[in-house]
Design a binder for this molecule. Structure first.
Ligand SMILES: *[C@@H]1O[C@H](CO)[C@@H](O)[C@H](O)[C@H]1NC(C)=O
Ligand SMILES: CC(=O)N[C@H]1CO[C@H](CO)[C@@H](O)[C@@H]1O
Length: 713
């Protein structure tokens, strides 16, 4: 510490220049200054530093940071930005020596990248480049180009002037602090994404759609990521502080995303969100009730790191997505339908049947989620062989530990697709989530298990993300796996086995009878028939003893309550197709439904003549009523508008303790209410946007509505 301070400390009496922070500086810094130290007669004095952050000024253009609601200059790595320095007299390049100094954190060091001097002359350059753009009278406009690896965060600026008495440094001025973010527009930055539309979607879009439900009955949630809202950037940086992440790692996108995947959940590190899948959310916000990330991040940062209650997978993924987009890392939320989980790279999901082919609930682990949401973020992977850069899986939902913490990724999507799961981080886990087989076993009298059926297509049935720049779906299953049954797929599975994944290889005779359950569109309260479609492939008579169970399940597959159990006997004539219907009445399930209103039907059975086992599974999503959101008033910036939300109770009983939430990026901060149904708001910004509302009460969850609107300037 204090070579520098003591040099400066002799200075007494120099007007307007004070030797203050940085508190410590390294020797290297001192020597560098020593080398360029030479006497000037009338050394420069600094009157003003302007970081040109007003909307119409140069730095707001080109950096794609105009949408941030912030009092500070925000720029992206490797793209030049300009600052204006006003001296007490004209600057003389031959004699006057000064540097713009960037400082981040409490103990700046040149070698750690936390202290960066930038010089105005071509001859003398540090890791960041500086140049004089313009000189007029006493004002110098300086262009500064940061390095592509520089730390992402909030820097302080000082101007240091060389004088005969040492280095004079300007006083700290918080208004000149500057945020430096990742830059997906720059080929030099590891997060470079060479597609303007993808960047617009995955960095700049504040609105998203998150898919859920079932692969053959997909539902959508609108989400306000709100990465540009006031305070969100600080909250994202706070998350890294809270993780005690060394500043010198914060320029490395691989490390930043890995730390964030651990910090977004509260397990083992008091991270952002507490998971709760219990169905009882008395002491927090039910996961289905959130409509955006802003409230969550502001609560977390505002309380200096008290975890927010409660989240399930899409909430983790949505808040993670805000973190990524806010810092300038291209990010998107993806949904994997029928996601295997909890199995350490073992590619088997076991379902145990008893001797007669009836499901044995007690012995069957619940480890297939109806769907699971995670994030993809885009980056180069200089730590992996060529070809594994691009989209990477990161997952903040606490499922399994990785190197001792609940976190997952970044894992290269391309590596998962090719079975190259030896590369960091957590690729075997992601591989199993999309590639596991469902294995049905029959428990013999002596307790041994016999494999009776293998279903290789159930898990990882479809991977969806929002389309680029419009509200459609984009099926990206082919980025995770080769087509089912293709030669490439077989090679990939063999490759994964070389790296330790275990599979079931029993070869089973093709059963000559099949059963399927087609999907259904059911509204809450409806009676409906579940159809079992039997198909013969044999030219003989077949008789089957069939078990059908319908169980209300959480989206994690965890069963809640059984709503139907039937044991029809089915007789099939040779070559006959036959439908068997099972009636499910509204009153059977209404009081048993849990939040996402899924009923999981499993049918199993044994063919009398052959002893073969037949199985089928189907998740039926019961559809909740929707909210009708309407806005009135003239859609102009700063003018008052009204929003009304309409909801009709579909039940014969009253709903109590009903909570309503709504928000819209750029137009309305989140609102909570349990009584008022009309709200006023004044749009902050022009453009097309959405207003999203959710309704929640213990008896009815996951009720949403939204409306699109375009705000004029
Ligand atoms: C879930 O939330 C309920 C109610 O807020 C609470 O009683 C329960 O302990 C929570 N469960 C977990 C695992 O945190
Ligand atoms: C009556 C009937 O539908 N028979 C079918 C039995 O199965 C064979 C093989 O799948 C079909 O070709 C028949 O049409």
């Amino acid at each position: 510490q204090s070579q520098l301070q003591s040099t400066g400390g002799e200075s007494g009496g120099v007007r307007a220049l004070h030797v203050t922070a940085p508190r410590t500086a390294t020797l290297s810094f001192y020597f560098m200054w020593k080398m360029i130290f030479f006497l000037t007669i009338k050394f420069l004095d600094i009157w003003d530093v302007d970081v040109l952050k007003r909307p119409q000024e140069i730095n707001k253009q080109g950096h794609h940071t105009h949408l941030y609601s912030s009092d500070f200059l925000i720029v992206r790595r490797t793209l030049e930005f300009q600052i204006k320095i006003t001296f007490d007299r004209p600057y003389k390049p031959a004699e006057d020596k000064f540097a713009v100094e960037f400082v981040i954190g409490p103990s700046p060091q040149y070698s750690k990248g936390t202290y960066i001097p930038v010089f105005p002359s071509e001859e003398r350059q540090s890791v960041w480049r500086g140049r004089i753009v313009e000189t007029s009278d006493n004002v110098v406009t300086m262009g500064i180009t940061t390095s592509p690896e520089c730390i992402v965060g909030k820097y302080m600026i000082y101007i240091g002037v060389v004088t005969p008495y040492g280095i004079r440094r300007t006083r700290r001025d918080p208004s000149t602090d500057i945020y430096i973010l990742f830059n997906p527009w720059s080929p030099a930055d590891p997060v470079f994404l060479d597609d303007e539309e993808e960047r617009e979607e995955c960095v700049m879009n504040e609105l998203g759609i998150i898919y859920h439900g079932a692969y053959d009955d997909v539902s959508e949630r609108a989400w306000n990521y709100g990465q540009f809202e006031f305070g969100v950037l600080d909250a994202c940086l706070f998350i890294m502080d809270k993780a005690d992440m060394p500043l010198s790692n914060r320029g490395d996108v691989i490390k930043v995303t890995r730390v964030a995947s651990a910090m977004l959940n509260s397990r083992d590190d008091d991270g952002v969100l507490v998971g709760n899948w219990s169905g009882d959310y008395t002491y927090g916000v039910p996961p289905t009730s959130w409509t955006g990330s802003v409230e969550i991040l502001l609560d977390y940062a505002g309380s200096r790191g008290t975890p927010v209650c409660y989240a399930q997978c899409w909430v983790y993924a949505a808040v993670f997505n805000t973190f990524l987009r806010c810092l300038g890392i291209p990010g998107r939320v993806v949904t994997n339908f029928f996601s295997a989980h909890d199995n350490d790279g073992n590619l088997k999901m076991d379902i145990i049947l008893d001797e007669n082919g009836k499901l044995d609930r007690n012995r069957t682990k619940d480890s297939i989620w109806n769907y699971h949401c995670w994030n993809e973020c885009f980056m180069a992977r200089s730590d992996l062989p060529p070809g594994f850069g691009g989209w990477q899986v990161v997952d903040a939902t606490p499922q399994e530990t990785s190197d001792g913490m609940f976190r997952c990724g970044p894992a290269s999507v391309a590596a998962v697709k090719h079975g190259q799961i030896c590369y960091p981080f957590d690729a075997p886990f992601v591989f199993a989530e999309v590639n596991s087989d469902v294995i049905f076993y029959r428990r013999q009298k002596d307790g041994t298990l016999e494999v009776v059926k293998v279903n290789p297509t159930h898990v990882g049935r479809m991977v969806l993300t929002k389309a680029v720049l419009h509200d459609g779906r984009r099926d990206i299953t082919d980025q995770y796996k080769f087509p089912e049954g293709s030669p490439e797929e077989r090679r990939v599975l063999e490759k994964a086995e070389e790296f330790g994944c275990q599979r079931e290889k029993a070869s089973l005779p093709q059963s000559d009878v099949e059963v399927e359950i087609p999907t259904l569109d059911v509204r809450v309260g409806d009676n409906f028939d579940v159809t079992l479609q039997f198909k013969n492939h044999s030219d003989q008579r077949r008789t089957a003893d069939v078990y059908v169970t319908g169980t209300v399940v959480y989206y994690t597959g965890v069963p809640s309550a059984e709503v139907v159990f039937k044991t029809p006997k089915v007789k099939l004539d040779p070559l006959q197709n036959k439908d068997e219907k099972v009636l499910v009445r509204g009153e059977d399930y209404m009081h048993k439904l849990v939040e996402q209103a899924n009923i999981h039907f499993i049918t199993t059975g044994k063919i009398k003549e052959t002893g073969q086992i037949i199985t089928a599974m189907k998740v039926i999503t019961i559809h909740n009523p929707k909210l009708i959101v309407k806005v009135t008033g003239s859609p102009r910036v700063s003018e008052e508008m009204y929003v009304s939300v309409e909801f009709t109770n579909p039940f014969k009983f009253n709903l109590e303790n009903v909570h309503l939430r709504m928000e819209g990026p750029g137009i309305m901060p989140f609102k909570r209410t349990s009584i008022t149904w009309t709200e006023t708001f004044s749009p902050r910004r022009a453009g097309s946007t959405k207003l999203i509302a959710s309704l929640d009460c213990a008896a009815l969850r996951q009720v949403y509505g939204e409306t699109e609107l375009t705000i004029q300037q």
